[in-house]
Structures are given as C-alpha cells and as structure tokens.
Write a protein that binds this ligand. Structure first.
Ligand code: ARG
Length: 469
C-alpha cells in the first residue's frame, strides 16, 4: 500500500478500505494527462521562483523518464499505489530522491484530478468529434449517390409520402451535425484550467495560473477555486452529448434492423457486419445494429448516475466525485466503438433500390399529390381531401392504386380529373416537385448536399471562436 499521506495516522488502513478507496485501476487511464499537468506545474513553479532551475530540470527529467518507461512497458502501473497521482509521485521520489518531494508544492490532488479529468475529457471530445465527422462523410456519400432512389417516407410507421434515400439519410446528417455542434460548445465551455485551485481555497504560493493554463492549452484559469475542484459539469455535458449521439445511432439502427427484415428487404447488411445463428442455418442477423441500440442504455445510465452523484454534493471536493471516472470512461469508449462500427456498417450496407421504389408506389403515398392536383384546378383543398379519401376507399376495395384507375372511373369522383393526372401522381413527379428547402426533390436535395460538402470541408477547431468567459 503506497500512500501519500499517513503522517497523522497511527494505524494502517484496513485492506478492504484501501481497496474500496483506491482508484488506480481506472485513473491510470489519464496517466499521460497527469504527467503533462505536473510538467506544466513544475515549469510554472520555477518561473515563479518557487523551485530553482536545477530542481526544475531534475524533476522534469524524472517525470519524462517515468512517462517514457511506462510507454515502453519498462515500468508497470500496478495496484500497489492508491491512485495515478501517487504512482507518479512515488516513482519520481524513487528516481530523483528528495527533490521529487517538491513536485506537489502548491498543489492538491483535488485540483490535480480536476485537471487530469478535464484534459482527458477535452481530448476525448475531439476524438468523438472526429468519429462523428467521419460518419457524416459516409452519410454524405450515400446521399450523393441516392438523390433519385425513391422510397416511402413514414409517419406512425405507415407509408405517408414518397421521399428518397438521400433525403432519409439526410435527416441523420442533420442530427449528427447538431451532435458536433454540441461537442464544440462543450469544448469551449470546459476549456479553462482548474490547476492552482489547491485543495479548495487556492494557495499562498505565488502561482501564475494564467501561465499554467496557457502551457496546457486552456483559454485561461478557472475563476473560483471551490468551483474548480468540484465542477464536473463538463463531464455531465459530455455524457449528455454522448447520450444524444447514441440516441441518434440507435434510431438509425432500429431502421436498419427493420429494413433488413424479410418483410421490408430495403437493405442487406454486409456479411462482415452480420452474424449467424447456431441452430438456424438460414439466419443472418443484424447483431451489430442491435448491440448499438442496446448499448445506448448504458450511456444514458452513465449520464443519470453522474447527475445523481452530483446532486447532493456540498462544496467543495467530496470523494463521491471519484465515481465520475469509470462511468465516463466506459461511456466514451462505448460511444466511440459504436460510432466506428456504425460507420462501417452503414458504409457497406446494400440498399435495394428496386424494393424501395416498389414499396414507395404502394400504400397511396401519392394521395396528397392527388388532392393537390384537384386543389390546383380550383377545388378547395378540404373538398379535394375528402374526394381523394373516397377514392382511396374505392381503390382499397379494388385492390389497386389511384394511378391504376381509368380516367372515366376518376371522373366519377370529380369531373376535374384529366389525363395529366397520371403524370401528376406518378412517383417521380411526387418527389421531384417537392422543391422547398429541405424537401426530398432531387434539385432541392442537391442544394443541401452542396451545403453539406461545404460544412465538411471545414473544421470548427480551425475557426475563430469567441472566448466564453
Ligand atoms: N482519486 C481521487 C478522485 O478521483 C483523487 C482526488 C483525491 N483527493 C482527496 N482529497 N482524496 O477524485
């Protein structure tokens, strides 16, 4: 048991207590951030004259040596240490002796862990954003190739009006675009450095917090030391953004699962992304889509856990906050895994254009257009709606579509019908004439695709942003 404290204790910690309290099994994940934060702290202490140049050089050499040895597998992070901070400090003292004991001057594990977690989350925001962006690229490819792939659009899971595959996929494009904008917000709001807040009340050492903040790529220091050590808003915000991402993936997966069923046959999931059954030889199951849908609950769980953990905490640091790590790491890894797998699955799925198109013609998806046809010839829309309603009933009875009726039959419902009605209610016309911004008409869709391309050509990380605080 290697602990950083113990001076005021007369008894050894109970073994179970030690294990219950220890966090090294999971906070080892931000080893790199811990070292980086310590390096910045030491450089700042030397600049401020709290450490001599020699002390600084020796400590930095020790820290970079530990980092190198861990990276090269020469030094193992083992569970004999309470947490990653103790691991680094104990190893530093082993290597360089008493000077190493000066590392923690003007610092507490409370601001240290707040910094490590923030830097870890900040980096992961970028990783998640990259994956969402990659997925958007895949979706855009599908959209570009399918502006004339007709399919039924649904409301209440009932065929409603015809759309195109480009349009349907474009809906998800917008969702994932919003996800990126949430990540961007989180990034800029969290990008303030808590280091220097000490245990809760700052420190009497002349720290230059602006300097450490800039060394570590932050906009500036956080402005209240109690808030700095106990703020986990950014964790909650990321978990919330991840939950929304998972919700979007899950909705899309649900559709792929439905479309892949024998009843729909709109898509065929690639062999590489399907699995078989141990008993039923004919089976090819959409397990990956189902698993992504299933894992959504896990990420929501992390969000609710974290909100619950934080809701009763008085200022400032409380050990409850150690609970932020495992669930956040798990949620991040889960969401990243799901994004990558979904990207692979959707990028290789085979869309059956013929089946989709056939399905788009059936189910009276052109009924609105038939009503619009009458309205365009002077019939008030409400009357047109009623006429087409009766017409649909008649067709259901005859088991045919509106377009299958003869002009004489049509005229029995309204004398306004002429030969040009067949073109007006054809699948192609129904879709192609929907040209309002955001509508499925191929020409309208092309405008949106051009905007999407412009959007993907830029990265928010390279753009100017307003400093939030
Ligand atoms: N393992 C702790 C955490 O994750 C680090 C901070 C410990 N601070 C303390 N006062 N015990 O929150």
């Amino acid at each position: 048991m290697a602990q950083l404290w113990g001076g005021r204790f007369t008894k050894e910690t109970d073994k179970l207590v030690y294990r219950f309290n220890a966090s090294i099994s999971f906070d080892r994940k931000f080893f790199a951030q811990d070292i980086e934060g310590s390096i910045a702290h030491v450089v700042m202490l030397a600049k401020q004259g709290v450490l001599t140049k020699d002390e600084k050089d020796v400590i930095l050499k020790g820290l970079t040596g530990i980092r190198r040895d861990v990276e090269e597998g020469k030094l193992q992070i083992t569970e004999e240490y309470e947490d990653i901070h103790s691991f680094v400090e104990a190893n530093l003292i082993d290597r360089i002796g008493d000077v190493g004991k000066k590392l923690h001057t003007g610092r507490s594990r409370n601001d240290q862990v707040a910094l490590d977690m923030r830097m870890y989350v900040r980096l992961e925001v970028l990783h998640v954003d990259e994956l969402v962006k990659k997925l958007l690229g895949t979706l855009l490819d599908i959209m570009e190739n399918n502006t004339d792939t007709y399919m039924p659009g649904f409301t209440h899971m009932q065929k409603a009006q015809p759309v195109t595959l480009a349009h349907h996929v474009g809906a998800y494009f917008e969702m994932f675009k919003r996800d990126r904008s949430r990540l961007k917000d989180i990034y800029y709001r969290m990008n303030y450095c808590p280091l220097g807040a000490g245990a809760l009340a700052g420190t009497t050492y002349p720290l230059d917090r602006n300097y450490t903040a800039s060394l570590l790529g932050f906009e500036g220091p956080t402005l209240n030391s109690m808030d700095s050590v106990s703020d986990r808003d950014y964790v909650i915000e990321l978990l919330s953004a991840l939950s929304v991402i998972m919700m979007h993936l899950s909705r899309f997966c649900e559709e792929i699962i439905t479309w892949n069923s024998d009843e729909y046959r709109f898509v065929e999931i690639d062999d590489a992304y399907s699995t078989g059954s141990s008993i039923m030889p004919q089976k090819k199951n959409p397990d990956i889509a189902e698993l992504i849908r299933g894992k959504t609950g896990r990420v929501y769980g992390a969000l609710v856990s974290m909100l619950t953990t934080m809701k009763g905490l008085p200022l400032a640091y409380n050990k409850d906050m150690q609970e932020d790590k495992e669930l956040t790491f798990d949620a991040i890894d889960t969401a990243k895994g799901c994004l990558a797998l979904f990207d692979g699955m959707i990028g290789t799925v085979r869309f059956r254009r013929d089946v989709m198109e056939k399905s788009a013609v059936k189910g009276f998806t052109n009924a609105t257009d038939a009503a619009d046809y009458l309205a365009g010839r002077g019939v008030p829309f409400r009357d047109a709606h009623a006429i087409i309603g009766r017409l649909v009933l008649y067709c259901i009875d005859k088991q045919c579509g509106i377009e299958d009726l003869s002009i004489d039959e049509l005229k029995k419902f309204s004398p306004v019908f002429e030969e040009d009605v067949y073109d007006a209610v054809s699948l192609k016309t129904c879709v192609d004439r929907r040209l309002t911004t955001g509508a499925p008409g191929p020409e309208a869709m092309k405008e949106v695709i051009a905007l999407a391309k412009e959007y993907l050509a830029k990265d928010w990380q390279d753009e100017e942003h307003v400093k939030l605080f």
